[in-house]
Design a protein around this ligand. Structure first.
Ligand code: ZN
Ligand code: ZN
Length: 347
């Protein structure tokens, strides 16, 4: 245990180590809803092997399946693929490869975790069958549906949707997928007989969301197989018009992969300058994810507010007390409040 603590590397050390690597990494993600009888054993088995291949990333294992966002050293990719395909539960699982490929790791560590679900959904309904998913829509169909004016619902959190989304997509004022599933039926109850298109980052949330909406009586629910990541690939490959505007938010150190060139979001601090740079507040007790333009970065020194900047100069106990208290009472939901005020006049 003590040895382990001593071996723990700081973020800077890990970054430096990755910088020094003289090989390229392939950034991939994959998921599958499949029954895993013993997630703990599967977890250990995957960890040992992924570590052997030098993989980094975040992998969740649950009774309902696997969800992996990770990278693999290019020279080990073939062996890695062979390994994955040798596991009966994962035979034939497709990998999504990230569009923006710098060849360097965007993850610092390898984390493989057992979770109750691969995507936290908060659902507790024994009559719900998550395997009864909606039909898939190809990139061509997506474009067609958007042109026809179908209802397009962004099944991601607000902070993901605000920096990039499909033309005319409905963005929901939510911070979690769980919250979104709870709200989606009521928000779109008048669309139950119409054509509805769902999308998310890599498709995994829509597998469940489309099944859930069908369960709730939506008759014509489609979703993008492979999510925005795959849409972007298809658009590139087939030379289609790109109807996704802005940045695709991905869960790793890069916080966002560019799909188009356009910046569609505005700085949270000045409400003026366009930016799609998500940053965490420099005050560790706040750490809130926010959009900040370069001017405000300079002005607020990397903090989300003057409050957080001033508190950070205080003794640490006082800082913690004030910021946590303040976040809980007033500015913890600052985005939500901002969002509701600025963007949801129609909801
Ligand atoms: Zn600003
Ligand atoms: Zn802050």
């Amino acid at each position: 245990m003590i040895k382990k603590l001593y071996n723990r590397k700081s973020k800077e050390q890990l970054l430096a180590q990755i910088e020094k690597e003289d090989f390229r990494r392939k950034t991939i993600s994959f998921y599958r809803y499949v029954k895993i009888a013993d997630p703990k054993t599967m977890r250990d088995f995957l960890y040992v092997n992924f570590e052997k291949f030098g993989c980094l990333g975040r992998i969740y294992v649950a009774h309902e399946g696997i969800n992996a966002q990770m990278n693999v050293p290019e020279h080990n990719f073939e062996a890695f693929d062979k390994f994955i395909q040798s596991i009966p539960e994962f035979v034939g699982v497709p990998y999504k490869v990230a569009v923006e490929e710098k060849g360097k790791s965007s993850f610092l560590k390898l984390i493989v975790k057992v979770r109750p679900k691969i995507v936290a959904d908060g659902l507790d309904d024994s009559t719900f069958d998550p395997a009864n998913t909606g039909a898939y829509a190809s990139a061509e169909e997506v474009n067609e549906m958007i042109d026809k004016g179908a209802t397009v619902i962004d099944m991601r959190n607000f902070y993901e949707a605000e920096i990039g989304h499909f033309e005319n997509a409905k963005i929901m004022p939510v911070d979690t997928f769980r919250e979104q599933l709870a709200k989606v039926e009521n928000m779109f109850s008048d669309k139950k007989d119409e054509e509805v298109l769902l999308y998310c980052t890599g498709g995994i949330r829509c597998e469940k969301a489309s099944a859930w909406m069908k369960h709730k009586g939506f008759k014509n629910v489609k979703h993008i197989k492979g999510g925005v990541i795959d849409y972007a690939h298809q658009v590139k490959e087939k030379g289609l018009p790109n109807k996704f505007k802005g940045k695709n938010f991905v869960f790793d150190e890069r916080l966002g992969e560019k799909v188009g060139d356009e910046i569609i979001s505005v700085c949270h601090l000045c409400d003026k300058n366009k930016t799609d740079e998500h940053r965490h507040c420099k005050n560790e007790n706040c750490h809130v994810l926010h959009l900040s333009c370069d001017d405000c970065l300079e002005k607020y020194k990397g903090y989300c507010s003057n409050f957080c900047r001033l508190c950070d100069a205080l003794p640490s106990k006082m800082n913690r007390f004030l910021v946590r208290r303040d976040r809980r009472q007033q500015h913890g939901n600052q985005y939500r409040k901002n969002y509701l005020r600025k963007n949801f006049d129609n909801f």
